[in-house]
Design a protein around this ligand. Sequence first.
Ligand SMILES: Nc1ncnc2c1ncn2[C@@H]1O[C@H](COP(=O)(O)OP(=O)(O)OP(=O)(O)O)[C@@H](O)[C@H]1O
Ligand SMILES: [Mg+2]
Length: 427
Amino acid sequence: MGRATVDKKPVTDLFAPLDTRRFLALHGPNFSGRSYWLRFITGLETDMDGRYTSELRDRRSCAYIGPEVYNAISGLAPTVADELSIHLRGTRYADALGEMQETLGLNALRERNPVTLSGGEQAMLTMVCALGLCPLNLAIDSTIEQISAEYRPVIFQALTTDVFPFTSIALADNRLGEYDGLPETTVIPGDMGAPAPQRLLPIDPLDPDAPLPLSTTQAPNLQLKGLDFRYPDGPYVIRKMDLALTPGRVYTLTGRNGAGKSTLAKLLCGVLRPDAGRILLGDMVYDPWKSPGRLVGFHFQNPDLQLFSLCIDQEIGAGPVAQGVEATIVQDRVNALLRLFGLSRMRDIHPLETPFVIRKRIALAATIAMGCPWLILDEPTLGQDDTTSKALAAIVHRLCDQGFGMIIVSHSTMFRNLLNGTEIKMS
Ligand SMILES: Nc1ncnc2c1ncn2[C@@H]1O[C@H](COP(=O)(O)OP(=O)(O)OP(=O)(O)O)[C@@H](O)[C@H]1O
Ligand SMILES: [Mg+2]
């Protein structure tokens, strides 16, 4: 992978390369200004003087996809086919996109409602839709992190060659080091000097060694026996699944997009109810849908489904308060988790006023705060840079050592290697 280093260049200088069709990938830590710059070149942010870029000849020539792929879907289309037709009407890229839809498996999902797609399926749909608009500049911000290794080569082949000859691509992604075959990369080692709003937030790094006053009792064994599940009118997503999990080691749940990882997590925490089969905790049959989130805590792939409180500390304390945990104990947990996730100085801020990368951390802290003996964390490293991902791995190991049962869903090989867990592969 070729790399050019850019050190504190003004954002307007960086815009120039996109005048001609090219692919540019940005390396850099969280809050280095990558997202800001992508939003600036696509006309979503102004420069420090409140001006939009003068290079923005036509707002309609730019598109931006962020980590919140569900926001890029119109919400008006009842089916994937309708969603595609809205975006691809009259497109110059019809042939290339037709091929891409087939290889990414989107044709098989044409009759489905887009909001019910898996995270990765939504990400792939979003990319096809955005390309269908034939933008001159397309900014892709952390979107590929939730696309599985099976589909990534198709995406990179399309983005880095002349398949879409009128569109320049700028990509920011925390997992660039894991992807093969990216031709050109710009490294942003530190601060781009951009006036991104999130840089005004008092964010601290994660502190995986902060004291954590949570139960140290060993979680019971978790078993699945003959578990079946299908969504209404759909095929079986989970069929006769048997699993025997013991705490004290980390389990990594893997599989291509749509394999059923998030569905399994939702069955275990009680958001969904299996059609057949049993879940056992120790020797006890456990029906999680009768008391969701009591014994198996779930951190959603999409953190926004989890957040509802008016400030960050309230959000983290909401679960234990609902469980009737004593106020002083809740307060100790909240303070410890704020520190663990580098959020102490932000405790009074509204969760939805923070960027995706922080919302993910808030939702993780809120899940852990519940003190459930088993925890399932769905794509915890989405939007998180390498340093934060390493700290997250340390937190997972620590919880595991404290007796929690840990199941981690992740498309990141780097993160899974750090976890060094037992793999459960779904297909
Ligand atoms: N509400 C729903 N109705 C119908 N089908 C659904 C619904 N939710 C998910 N599915 C389908 O069930 C399958 C499994 O989805 P799930 O979200 O569990 O996949 P996943 O393994 O988590 O994928 P990803 O890696 O993309 O997150 C997918 O094909 C998905 O489209
Ligand atoms: Mg998922």
